[in-house]
Structures are given as structure tokens and as C-alpha cells.
Design a protein. Structure first.
Lengths: 193, 193
DNA sequence: CTGATTTCTTAATCTGGTTCAAGTAAATCC
DNA sequence: GGATTTACTTGAACCAGATTAAGAAATCAG
């Protein structure tokens, strides 16, 4: 596994020269993750920002009642990780697990900090990344308020068609903010149409 | 109105020198906004990123049924605006209005683009700004899924105590994702305790 | 100061979605 | 390949919060 994919993807937003690309690829740590394995556990301090090369990951919050709530699925090209824990170096409130055998790159916090100091171009890259992600999150909040669960499910399937191969329905339900039982009901309603 | 407040605030994240501070303050456009006035209307392309000096603004989405959904209240020190419209120069899906007489700075898109090109330090500032905002938005999604409306209301009052002086209850209800009637019910329940 | 508009509350009724409990299909594991 | 765990479905009872409609309180305009 080499870093050419991730670098190509970054080059869609900024233009890295040889030196920058090389430096970046040396700080990335490649890893293979087996389905079901944890990349990050609640309560421990997040050391890495995670970039998915292939496979599928899921990040989720576990509430006081022990129920899980999915905040994100990540497939090829996505970054993930508990940003709050990563930034402030506090215990994570999210867990991240592989929903399929996956390969990822870890970007350790100290290396990311150095990277940003040395090559401000990466500040731009991550600024754009977070800016876009913020727009997506605002939209998700609005959609959750203004649409029914059924609309949200249809919208989800259109927006992330590739996820259905990886993600069990109960996690899709969680992502949508409903119970698996109710998602089941929605699905039956739709096939009856 | 001068730019010293906003520059002091930016200096909490990066260190601007004289030249940078000066350049930044020359591209900011100060404005006074009367209560009830629009800073940004749905359907028009957002030209400015908005920084609140004093007063209080509200950004909201209007759904197909004509119902408004508040995404953000902004008081002194906050940035606001329809980021999607601003970034992609597409018609805005959010409106922004003043909930009280307010003073703001506009940062026009072209000036922000030039600012970021000329002084990459600002890339860092906005990277941190969006990164923190993203964390807040993730948290809001999770809280909406895992807490009851009553818990969310209590949490809101603790987190944003200063907003109660500006914001009518019906907009707080909207921000929490409930109807004004139900917020009323919650409030009565609480005073009865 | 006064009428008009907007905000907030109250109560009755209704509904989208949950909970609980049970059964079935599908992965997974030795 | 058979046993066991995990994922999905079904249905009945239930509840958090929506809807509707009306009145009370506050704010605003002239």
C-alpha cells in the first residue's frame, strides 16, 4: 500500500510539489484492519487522524443508556476519528470500528502538527476539508428536523448508494436516528408500493 | 467601530503582525443592522462571511412546508453565513436576520480568497474555526438523537445562558427541533418541580 | 395611550416512532 | 456442516412530541 491515492486526492484541492508529497507520505502509517476490529475506543485519547484507503469504517457514540449512535460511515477517500479527542488530547467519546476488512493510513497528531507548521499548504487542505464537512453536518441537522424518517432513508440511499454493501441495516437505522424495528417497517411499506 | 476586537480574537489562535492586522482590517466592511433586518436572504448568492461584533443574529432554513428551522444563533465573536452558498457561489438555502440591533463586519468572498492566498496564517485560523465548529455540530447531532427535548433545553440554557435575553422562545424551540407548544409544556413542567 | 400584531400558553386529540416480545433469516464459528 | 450467535422482521401496546384551536400576555406602531 502506498500513498499515491491519498496524495492524488489531496492534489484535487491544493498542489503539492515533490518535497511536500514525499514528506507527507513518510509520516503516514499504513495499516490493515480486520472486520469488527476497533481503530479507536471510547475513553482513550485519540492519537491519529484516520484516512480510509479501502473498506468501510463506522464512528459512533455510546450514550449513558449504552445505546450506540452512528455519526459517520467512512469509505475510500474519507477522513475519520474523534476530532475533539484528537485536537484537545482528551479521552474519546466516539469509537471507530471496521465494518469490513479495510486498509487505512494513520496520521499521528504530532506529525500532523509538524506538517501544518512546515507546509501551510496543508492548512488550506484541512481548512477546505473541515469547511465542507461542516456544510454536510449543518445539512444533516436540518434534514433530521424537517424530514420524516422515511424521507431521510430514501435520501440516504441516494446519497450513499455504495454503503449498502457494507453496512448492516441496524447501523443505518442508528445513523438515521431511528430504531431497527422502525426501519424495517419503512422498508416493508416501500416494497408494498 | 474598529476591528480591534475581532483581531484580538483571531490572535488567540494565530499571531498576526502589524502588516497582517492592517491588511485584514482594511478588507472588513463594518455595518449596523436593525433588529428584524435581513443580512442574507434565501435564494440569493452569499457574498460575505459575517462576523458579529455586538447584538445577536439567527440563521435558519425554510423547508418546503414553509417552516423555519434555526441552525445557529450568533452573538459577539461568532462568524455566520450560509457557507455552502458562500463557498460554491450558489443561491443560499439559509436566511440570516438580526434578533436585536447588531453591529457586524462583512468579509467579502473575493477579499477572503485573497487574504488566504496572501497570508496563509489565516488558513490556519479558519481551519481551527471550522474544525471546532465541526466538533460542535457533531455533538449537536448526537445530542439530538440521544437526549429528550427536555434534556436538550436544559443543556441549551446552560451552554448559551446569554442568548435568553435576545431569543424569543419560539426560535429556541426551533433550534431544539421541537414546536413552541411543546417547549411551553416543558417549561411548565420545570417550574412545577 | 390604544388597537393590532406577535409571542406564549393551555388543553384535547392525534401520530410517528419506540418498546417489548417473539419469530425467522442469515452469518459466523468450531 | 450443524450449532450458535447476530441481523432482520412482525405485531401489539405505548409514549414523546405534533397538531389544532383558542385564549392570555406582551410588544409594537401610530
Amino acid at each position: 500500500m502506498n500513498a499515491s491515492n491519498i496524495i492524488a486526492q489531496i492534489n484535487r484541492h491544493i498542489s503539492l510539489d515533490e518535497k511536500e508529497s514525499l514528506y507527507f507520505s513518510t509520516v503516514l502509517i499504513p495499516a490493515k484492519i480486520k472486520q469488527g476490529d476497533f481503530l479507536e475506543k471510547i475513553g482513550t485519547v485519540t492519537q491519529n487522524f484516520i484516512h480510509v484507503e479501502s473498506g468501510c469504517l463506522m464512528s459512533y457514540y455510546t450514550d449513558k443508556g449504552g445505546d450506540d449512535h452512528v455519526i459517520q460511515f467512512s469509505t475510500s477517500g474519507w477522513w475519520t476519528g474523534d476530532l475533539h479527542s484528537f485536537t484537545k488530547q482528551l479521552p474519546a467519546i466516539y469509537s471507530t470500528r471496521a465494518l469490513a476488512d479495510s486498509s487505512v493510513f494513520y496520521l499521528p497528531k504530532t506529525d500532523m502538527d509538524q506538517l501544518l507548521d512546515r507546509y501551510p499548504k496543508f492548512e488550506r487542505y484541512f481548512r477546505i476539508l473541515f469547511q465542507n464537512s461542516l456544510i454536510t453536518h449543518q445539512d444533516r441537522i436540518i434534514q433530521n428536523f424537517s424530514n420524516t424518517a422515511e424521507d431521510r432513508y430514501e435520501h440516504f440511499r441516494i446519497k450513499y448508494p455504495s454503503l449498502e454493501q457494507y453496512v448492516p441495516l441496524k447501523y443505518i437505522a442508528s445513523y438515521l436516528g431511528i430504531t431497527p424495528e422502525f426501519l424495517s417497517k419503512i422498508r416493508r411499506r416501500q416494497t408494498e408500493k
